[in-house]
Design a protein around this ligand. Structure first.
Ligand SMILES: [Zn+2]
Length: 266
């Protein structure tokens, strides 16, 4: 490193008279990196410059003490952490509601089919719940996964947000069809709880896909093919659905620590 000479530093300290722009820039760049020359520059300051620097220091000090404290950003951060409904959920919820609407129309057009709303109710919340805790779909997952609010509480909040949309849609779809509303709601809640309980071990997305596929192949498609409702959805099965829902909901908090991270399976 070539240090500027004492004479050049003295000229620089005196306002840079006689130094061209290139020389001034190279001195400034050097002073940024060289404490020795900065010390030498301080010794060469003119009284006018020293006085100017003192005045700037005093006024800065006053401004810092009299200005309001910087705005806290906790409110916005908290809003991000506690988002009940990621915007990414909306398209999935719209598709769910549209599918239920199609079920109602199909039943109206073809009365011999078993109630499609009843058959779709258990799987209706699954797309939304799968998206609720997915690193593939939530663009803010890195931010969210790093916050203390992440984990089971966030999954439950988002699952609840899904249910707040899906349950009224199911009720509206079910009221006109004359089917038991309890038999629509209880399987919906049971499958939501099952997705979360199973999701603790295999990832919520995989659990939702697996349960949705299992219900479709074991109950939904055979019922439609046979034009007869599965025994699982007959009026007498209410109590079994209620017990299953409560048991699964009680089991999910036991696996709370497994929701601390969004792993590659999510
Ligand atoms: Zn130097």
């Amino acid at each position: 490193m070539t240090h500027p000479t004492t004479m050049i530093l003295a000229r620089y300290a005196d306002g840079g008279r006689g130094l061209d722009d290139a020389a001034l820039w190279s001195i400034e760049a050097h002073l940024d990196a060289c404490a020795q020359c900065r010390g030498q520059l301080a010794e060469n300051l003119t009284p006018a410059t020293t006085e100017l620097l003192d005045r700037v220091a005093v006024s800065l000090d006053q401004a810092m003490h009299t200005s309001p404290p910087p705005a806290r950003r906790r409110a916005r951060a908290a809003a991000v952490h506690r988002r009940w409904l990621a915007w990414t959920l909306l398209p999935w919820l719209a598709v769910t509601v549209a599918v239920l609407g199609c079920g109602v129309l199909l039943n109206a057009a073809e009365p011999s089919l078993p109630s499609l709303v009843l058959l779709l109710a258990p799987v209706a919340p699954l797309p939304g719940v799968a998206v609720a805790w997915s690193r593939r779909i939530d663009p803010a997952w890195e931010l969210i996964a790093a916050t203390p609010a992440a984990g089971l509480a966030m999954v439950l909040r988002r699952a609840l947000a899904v249910l707040v949309v899906v349950l009224p849609a199911l009720l509206v779809a079910g009221v006109g069809t004359g089917t038991s509303l309890a038999l629509i709601l209880l399987p919906c809640l049971a499958f939501t709880a099952a997705t979360l309980a199973l999701g603790a071990f295999v990832g919520v997305r995989r659990a939702a896909i697996g349960l949705g596929a299992a219900w479709s192949t074991a109950v939904l498609l055979p019922s439609v093919a046979a034009e007869s409702l599965s025994p699982l959805l007959q009026p007498g099965s209410n109590a079994a659905w209620a017990v299953t829902t409560v048991a699964l909901a009680a089991a999910t908090p036991l696996a709370a620590t497994r929701f601390r991270r969004l792993t590659s399976g999510n």
